[in-house]
Design a protein around this ligand. Structure first.
Ligand code: AP5
Ligand code: MG
Ligand code: ZN
Length: 217
């Protein structure tokens, strides 16, 4: 299964990606996570990406496309993959088509998680992430059993640098101008399924499974 998760910042892409990746045994490829890993390790890529991420702006297309192209060549992508946060511009989507064309394959589905702007800011600002295993929580909507501590590995929970109100607002603005046009782009290719991401985490997941395994569009 070759899938894309589309949706604004805070829509729940990362949260759902973990369950989808588990169920279908496909790698979860998040360009945001790749950048954060590079920032943590002080690589040249990390330094470059941080300049943009801290401002809520997109990292330039050519940088992102090269990373994804390399990643998709890995053996673990042979049975499929789940892209989270890529593509994010029409140009990236076209580049992805080229890359998949060269690999003689194509996408199965683009899942668009729709959430109202008012909820997005609260979701992003309340998000906490485990430093050790990367699990995602929310201080209100999905709190850990013990504050600041990961349920799965007891790692320390932290807040992303770009999860403050000002940067989240900018990220939403960038999403609307640069990424939202992808909804039409994939709808025209009959690849798109749109879901209501305001529902509970488990309910959104059930609907994703229904889209992938049932007959609903
Ligand atoms: P990235 O890391 O991809 O961030 P994003 O797209 O802004 O999305 P988020 O990770 O904020 O949201 P999410 O949808 O994953 O939500 P989550 O599941 O965590 O990108 C960061 C930056 O990297 C970009 O700004 C850009 O600079 C750069 N970048 C990355 N990819 C790029 C690309 N392709 N091109 C150029 N630049 C790129 O959920 C959020 C919170 O809500 C959590 O706390 C969660 O617990 C909670 N939650 C989730 N679902 C629900 C629910 N149903 N109900 C209640 N709470 C929920
Ligand atoms: Mg994410
Ligand atoms: Zn953890």
């Amino acid at each position: 299964m070759r899938l894309i998760l589309l949706g604004p910042p805070g829509a729940g892409k990362g949260t759902q990606a973990v369950s989808i990746s588990d169920r279908y045994n496909i790698p979860h490829i998040s360009t945001g996570d790749i950048f954060r890993f590079n920032i943590k390790n002080n690589t040249p890529l990390g330094l470059k990406a941080k300049e943009y991420m801290d401002k809520g702006l997109l990292v330039p297309d050519e940088v992102v496309v090269e990373i994804v192209e390399d990643r998709l060549k890995n053996d673990d992508c042979k049975q499929g993959f789940l892209l989270d946060g890529f593509p994010r511009t029409v140009n990236q989507a076209k580049e992805l088509e080229n890359v998949l064309g060269k690999m003689d394959t194509e996408l199965n589905k683009v899942i668009n998680i729709q959430v109202d702007k008012k909820i997005l800011v609260e979701r992003a600002v309340g998000r906490r992430i485990c430093r050790d295993c990367g699990s995602t929580y929310h201080i209100r909507f999905n709190p850990p059993a013990e504050e600041g501590v990961c349920d799965l590995c007891s790692g320390e929970l932290y807040q992303r640098d770009d999860d403050n109100e000002k940067t989240v607002a900018k990220r939403i603005e960038v999403y609307l101008s640069e990424t939202e046009p992808l909804i039409n782009f994939y709808d025209e290719k009959c690849k798109l399924s749109t879901l209501d991401g305001a529902k509970a985490i488990s309910q959104v997941f059930d609907e994703i499974v229904e889209v992938l395994e049932g007959n609903t569009k």
